[in-house]
Design a binder for this molecule. Structure first.
Ligand SMILES: Cc1cc2nc3c(=O)[nH]c(=O)nc-3n(C[C@H](O)[C@H](O)[C@H](O)COP(=O)(O)OP(=O)(O)OC[C@H]3O[C@@H](n4cnc5c(N)ncnc54)[C@H](O)[C@@H]3O)c2cc1C
Length: 346
């Protein structure tokens, strides 16, 4: 058992927690983390701190580089997994290198989803999914305050909006179906939550009231860098346009494995996929819920971290079921401001 090779794809909260758990449970086995990221594990919830002047990536790292050496965890950064061959238990990186595994954990999370009708404007929009992207946004906003147009308004975006407003920037949200995702908000309660956003200083434009986004364009010389044009002809100028329409699981490289997928990788409550040697955890997976009689995602810091631990436990002989431990209710506090359990992390 000790010579087994546990391979983890992804170095987010889930992958990192799984590696630590694997090392604790099997001091001798080989553990390799493969990630697209250029930096070692950092908590992306912290990224809004770039607007408070935190620009040194080292300050974001959760563990010092020596931590991985000390725990004999091999980390392969800037490496994209291109394919997995379950029959031969081999994973192939984009540069054609093969990595054999005994067990494989897919913890590739998700990337920002962009509605098809806006895909052509992707180069004119700015993501916020990595340290590098966060620094790019911080540099694109003028000292003393700029203007951000936020499209969609999922809870990651609204978390960022709080920091942007608090650090002197103006935020205009073009609200629609994905506003407050992953919270499920009823039509009855939505107006109160929108009013809470306005109390927090967010300017809200309901996408339906302007006919939706027709175009995103470069701003003219001497004007802010971006222009958002709506179908009713109205426009918004902005220094930065940021899409926050929720996330889409990063599973493209699993396409030829035969492992069951819906939007994410489908797993049983023990986080095992339909392949006996492959587990999945975090934002990338949908877990079978007997109670709801469906496969569903479980978001939130506490959930994805617990999934990493449970999956690693089951990859090393355990048989524990994941139990969700995250409140999912969106609330309004006494000051009329939004409170979301999805904003909490340790
Ligand atoms: C700025 C920001 C703020 C956030 N704030 C909140 C918040 O307030 N509340 C909330 O609930 N969630 C928030 N999130 C989302 C939260 O970060 C995720 O839910 C959580 O990180 C999911 O963890 P994960 O380990 O499943 O995946 P991720 O953290 O997404 O990690 C996935 C890893 O897989 C790697 N990867 C992906 N594809 C490949 C491939 N083909 N080959 C190799 N490696 C690959 C990536 O490089 C990355 O290392 C925020 C995210 C961001 C970016």
């Amino acid at each position: 058992m000790s010579e087994r090779h546990h391979v983890i794809v992804g170095m987010g909260i889930t992958g990192n927690e799984a590696a630590i758990t694997l090392r604790r449970r099997e001091p001798q086995s080989r553990i390799t983390i493969v990630t697209l990221a250029s930096l070692l594990f950092y908590n992306r919830y912290d990224l809004p701190q770039v607007f408070r002047g935190k620009h040194d990536w080292r300050e974001f790292l959760v563990h010092p580089p020596a931590f991985y050496d000390d725990n004999r965890i091999t980390v392969r950064r800037n490496s994209r997994v291109a394919n997995v061959d379950p029959l031969n238990k081999v994973m192939t990186l984009e540069h054609k290198e093969d990595i054999p595994y005994d067990t494989l954990l897919v913890a590739t999370g998700g990337r920002g989803w962009i509605p098809e009708e806006l895909a052509e404007f992707r180069p004119l929009m700015q993501g916020f999914g990595s340290f590098e992207q966060a620094i790019t946004v911080a540099r694109a906003l003028p000292e003393g305050g700029g203007r951000v147009v936020m499209l969609g308004g999922d809870m990651i975006g609204l978390d960022l909006a709080r920091t942007l407003i608090d650090t002197g920037h103006r935020v205009t949200l073009v609200a629609g179906e994905q506003t407050f995702w992953p919270h499920q908000v009823s039509a009855e309660r939505r107006p109160a939550f929108v009013a809470a956003l306005e109390t927090m200083g967010v300017e809200v434009v309901e996408q339906d009231s302007v006919g939706g986004v027709a175009q995103i364009a470069q701003g003219a010389k001497g004007l802010p860098a971006r222009k958002v044009v709506f179908r009713d002809g109205s426009e918004l100028m902005a220094d930065v346009v940021m899409p926050f329409y929720g996330i889409q699981p990063a599973i493209d490289f699993m396409g030829r494995t035969g492992v069951d997928v819906e939007r994410g990788l489908l797993v049983n409550p023990e986080l095992r996929t339909t392949d006996a040697a492959i587990w999945a955890a975090g934002d990338v997976c949908q877990i079978w819920s007997q109670e709801e009689n469906r496969y569903r995602f479980y978001y939130g810091w506490r959930n994805v971290r617990a999934m990493g631990e449970v999956a690693a436990g089951n990859m090393t002989g355990g048989n524990d079921a994941f139990v969700a431990d995250q409140d999912e209710k969106l609330e309004i506090d006494a000051e009329g401001r939004l409170v979301s359990p999805f904003w909490e992390y340790a």
